[in-house]
Design a protein. Structure first.
Length: 361
């Protein structure tokens, strides 16, 4: 019951064949097919079994800020994740920095499939120390670019992949557009992405999803109230009653460089440079996503019809980052994106062989 929307090409034909052979696309494994919000809550709140162990690495950026890289090393803390020889899979949480149980399960599943998964945590998110009085705007890929450069230097011979969850896709899509053919990535995937940041903030989400994320953000920001006081109105920030109000307080109503809401989104819309992207990107979306909104309004269908690099796998049901199977701890969406990465590696490897291109050292 899935639909693959893309521009016809040899790559698209190979992807369609690969996904068609995948057991993940069989429709008889759905759990709660008509309850998208229940699917979403199940995926976001159910803890993974077993709980994955991570090894944290702090990366200092050019302006002395810090981001945290959490290497998934196994369910029992076994060494090997950060030093493995497989493809490196960079996992990007949602814009609130919430590392969901679904993202952790994906990291474990990727580890079992031979990937080297690592979670990217933005400044001040998920326990990452905030050493500068600034956070990362919604679509500013500067910090992500430095992290990708570091991963490329650390694993020069390994294919580098990236996957984002929910609103975190705004960061990945902006990076792919700004970087173009210099992204260092082989392929990327977005689970239930948000394509238009401004419309998403203005339309607001169901309260059952927005309020937990808002409280999660405020809890993290309250730890750095002293450091942020010189840059923003902390009292107004912590008094925000929506994600939009909090975004405006952090990045528009600053003390040194205030800007308008319109100007902010001119610089931070995820698809502002989408025409420059030069890496295959799979966007896995469901028609009943209660967070992104109705497909007719929230999906850039013309982008998938015109760009040879963007692929939309649209399902009738699945919720937001849901797609649960009847099998405990398994997610249909995770299996689909991992199959996508396998298919991309297979296709690109075949292209190198046919053209006689040297493999990267």
């Amino acid at each position: 019951h899935c639909r693959l929307l893309c521009k016809p090409s040899a790559l698209a034909q190979h992807l369609e064949r690969s996904l068609g052979r995948s057991a993940a696309l069989r429709g008889d494994h759905w759990l709660w097919p008509r309850w998208p919000r229940l699917q979403m809550l199940w995926q976001l709140l159910q803890p993974p079994e077993p709980e994955p162990a991570v090894a944290r690495e702090l990366l200092q950026l050019s302006d002395t800020g810090l981001v945290a890289l959490d290497w998934v090393v196994g369910p029992w803390g076994a060494a090997g994740g950060a030093g493995g020889a497989g493809p490196v899979l960079l996992l990007i949480p949602n814009a609130a920095g919430k590392v969901t149980a679904g993202l952790l399960r994906l990291g474990l599943r990727a580890l079992q499939r031979g990937f080297v998964p690592v979670i990217f945590n933005r400044r001040g998110h998920n326990g990452c120390p905030l050493t500068t009085p600034r956070l990362q705007p919604f679509g500013d890929p500067g910090d992500l670019r430095e992290a990708v450069t570091y991963l490329r230097c650390r694993h020069p011979a390994a294919p580098l992949l990236a996957l984002s969850e929910g609103s975190g896709s705004g960061l990945l899509l902006a990076y792919l557009g700004e970087s173009g053919s210099s992204s260092c990535l082989v392929a990327a995937a977005c689970l239930s992405p948000v394509f238009s940041g401004r419309e998403w903030f203005e339309a607001r989400m169901p309260w059952i999803y927005e309020w937990p994320l808002l409280l999660h953000l405020k809890k993290g920001l309250s730890r750095y109230a002293g450091a942020l006081a010189e840059a923003v109105d902390v009292e107004g920030l912590l008094g925000s009653r929506s994600l939009r109000e909090l975004e405006e307080a952090l990045f528009c109503r600053t003390k040194s460089h205030p800007t308008s809401w319109e100007t902010y989104w001119e610089r931070n819309e995820p698809l502002r440079d989408a025409d420059e992207a030069a890496v295959p990107v799979l966007c896995l979306c469901s028609a009943d996503d209660p967070v992104r909104g109705p497909p007719a309004r929230s999906l850039p269908l013309e982008l998938f019809r015109s760009s040879p690099y963007f692929f939309l796998l649209l399902t009738p049901r699945g919720g937001h980052c849901g797609f649960p199977w009847r099998s405990p701890g398994r997610c249909w969406g995770h299996e689909a994106v991992l199959e996508f990465f396998r298919a991309m590696g297979e296709f690109l490897g075949g292209e190198e062989g046919r053209r006689g291109l040297p493999r990267p050292r």
